[in-house]
Unconditional design. Structure first.
Length: 407
């Protein structure tokens, strides 16, 4: 891949600190097996590095075309898919979800407790589509626990029974689960984006995976992105790791025996995709290009703007609305939330170098991305370490990337 830091207005020597940092702090001590970093600014690739092993056990190095589990970085893709249907007049953000999923017309909210049992009451207002896209619907990740184990997200080898079904069945099962809170009242990471995948099916009349392929992956040239790894590409698939109680790196999903080698029944819009760094970079370039990449338009410019504004009530922060014990891929301080992505309120509010208005998310295996429109900057980081949050890759990369801007 052609890298030209000068054309991007960045300092190549300063960008080289990224690889030095990752090698010294993570690869050499064995904290991760391998990783990949791409930095693009003003349409020029300023930095691209493939470091360490994609498969430590077989000594397979990370390649430029290694395929990664991106888990919750699937969510913005699902958001874009749903918003293509918004642009066709098929729904409004304030439409009740029950208009499209009739089984949800009678949803109740579990409120308080009396004699050890929660009181089931009617919601103050109906759950709407925007609630789903913002994790403010009242549903969580499964019916039994309001808190989130990040390792569950999209992980088919450890998926809860609720997800052992197709999207239609999942939605039907959720109809019997009380909401945790009144829609719009709080923020809780949830299955809401998986439900958005089902909305895509209902509104379009097509299977979710087929819709993504024809409306997003095909037009953007994202040839290696999908819900499984084809047999012909299995040799490019990275292994997945976690840390045991002794903080040792252990294999949790062997790429030669992974369930990702077969098409899944559950097409998780919240965490089911695999992709490459270059594919996801193209998706981000489309967003930075206000819906267009290389003459192919996926969304209108005002729709991208709508998705990347802070929709939290009163322009608030995630910390104002997140339930205690909840989880988020970017932290809560200084962060607003748009339609399936976090929106940065600025470096003073977040305490991290960057720009107001940048939008981002991450995945359960410590993958991350952010798009900074003010600097015309995109950063994509791939690795496979469960769960995310074990290390602050995002904060560290930001302190390495932004000082390399020299114009």
């Amino acid at each position: 891949m052609k890298v030209d830091a000068d054309a991007a207005g960045m300092d190549a020597e300063r960008l080289a600190r990224i690889d030095e940092h990752l090698r010294r702090r993570y690869l050499e001590p064995g904290k991760i097996a391998g990783c990949q970093v791409a930095v693009l600014r003003r349409g020029s690739l300023a930095h691209f590095s493939s470091l360490g092993y994609a498969d430590r056990e077989r000594q397979v190095p990370v390649r430029d075309d290694t395929i990664w589990r991106i888990y919750s970085m699937t969510k913005p893709v699902t958001g874009v898919a749903l918003m293509t249907l918004y642009e066709r007049g098929m729904f409004q953000l304030t439409d009740p979800v029950s208009r499209f999923i009739p089984e949800w017309a009678g949803l109740k909210v579990a409120e308080g407790a009396r004699n050890g049992a929660p009181q089931l009451v009617d919601p103050i207002r109906p759950m709407n589509v925007r609630d789903l896209m913002m994790h403010m619907s009242g549903i969580g990740y499964g019916p039994e626990n309001a808190d989130l184990d990040p390792a569950l997200i999209g992980g088919r080898n450890r998926a809860p029974s609720l997800l052992d079904a197709d999207l239609e069945t999942m939605v039907r099962r959720l109809a019997s689960t009380p909401l945790r809170f009144h829609p719009g009242a709080h923020w809780l990471y949830s299955l809401g984006i998986d439900v958005c995948g089902r909305l895509v099916e209902v509104l379009s009349g097509r299977r979710f995976d087929e819709f993504l392929s024809s409306e997003i992956f095909g037009p953007l040239g994202m040839d290696d992105t999908g819900f499984h790894v084809p047999e012909v590409d299995a040799h490019r698939f990275a292994a997945s790791y976690a840390r045991n109680s002794r903080k040792e790196l252990i294999l949790v999903d062997d790429p030669a025996a992974s369930s990702y080698l077969h098409p899944p029944r559950f097409l998780s819009g919240g965490g089911g995709l695999v992709s490459t760094t270059t594919d996801y970079l193209r998706f981000c370039q489309m967003l930075l290009g206000r819906g267009e990449l290389e003459g192919r338009r996926v969304l209108g410019s005002k729709t991208v703007e709508l998705m990347t504004l802070n929709h939290l009530p009163g322009g608030g922060e995630l910390g104002d609305f997140a339930l205690s014990g909840g989880y988020g891929e970017v932290g809560f301080d200084g962060m607003g939330f748009g339609l399936t992505m976090a929106v940065n309120g600025g470096p003073v509010a977040s305490g991290v170098i960057g720009s107001k208005g940048e939008y981002s998310w991450g995945g359960a295996a410590s993958t991350i991305f952010w798009v900074d429109p003010a600097e015309e900057l995109i950063v994509v980081f791939m690795t496979q370490l469960l769960p995310s949050g074990a290390f602050n890759f995002r904060g560290q990369l930001k302190t390495l990337v932004y000082p390399a801007i020299v114009d």
